[in-house]
Design a protein around this ligand. Structure first.
Ligand SMILES: N[C@@H](CCC(=O)N[C@@H](CS)C(=O)NCC(=O)O)C(=O)O
Length: 203
């Protein structure tokens, strides 16, 4: 398998970490999609990352759909999302909160990255930043409740934990000026980032 995209992309990073946790070998193609969209477009008409190219040459796109397929490949005993029931719902819900934080931090970041100064709309940045803060504060409460366990109450690390820690680290990286008071989430993310599967994808 070949995974396209740099690890600064939180969507790409959550795929890489899931693959690492499941001991699924892959080659990492750290293509910068904005500089070389042509490289990604060969496999994905949208020229977006993550794109995961399988051994048979077929390509998977959209991180949620890719993770779903990775879980299928791993089988129900190893999958990082429970197959059914309340714990599945909890994992998907918390992972969705993580993805929401990723998106909002990304949009606030893109506003200055891709617009000339005179076209930057500060109220839009503030709107997104407020959602990042609200999302992380909510996740801080879940981290507090989880204590030394996992976010969705699973026995082992799940997609929820991966997405939350990746979102938190990404938000801190691209929105460093935000004032965040999330001590329990800090502890949780530090614990996740220390795992070899995370370390192998350092930002
Ligand atoms: N919803 C998508 C988001 C992917 C995404 O936004 N990728 C960014 C990099 S972080 C990208 O490829 N941007 C290039 C573009 O949109 O032109 C997912 O979860 O995979």
């Amino acid at each position: 398998m070949e995974l396209y995209g740099v690890y600064l992309s939180p969507y790409t990073r959550r795929i890489a970490i899931a693959l690492n946790l499941l001991d699924m070998p892959y080659t990492h193609n750290a293509v910068r999609v904005f500089e070389r969209p042509d490289v990604v477009r060969e496999h994905n008409p949208l020229a977006r990352v993550p794109t995961l190219v399988l051994e048979d040459g077929s390509a998977l796109i959209e991180s949620g759909a890719i993770l779903d397929e990775i879980d299928q490949m791993a089988g129900p005993d190893r999958a990082l999302t429970p197959p059914s029931g309340p714990s599945r719902r909890a994992v998907l819900q918390i992972a969705a909160l993580g993805v929401g934080v990723m998106e909002k931090a990304q949009w606030a970041f893109y506003e200055t990255r891709f617009h000339p100064e005179e076209k930057v709309h500060q109220p839009w940045i503030d709107h997104n930043d407020a959602q990042v803060i609200a999302g992380l504060e909510h996740l801080n409460g879940l981290a507090k409740a989880a204590g030394d366990g996992w976010m969705a109450g699973t026995q082992a690390i799940s997609q929820a934990d991966i997405s939350v820690a990746v979102a938190h680290s990404f938000a801190k990286k691209v929105r460093p000026a935000l004032t965040l008071n999330v001590p329990d989430l800090d502890k949780f993310t530090t614990r996740c980032e220390a795992l070899p599967a995370f370390q192998a994808t350092a930002l």
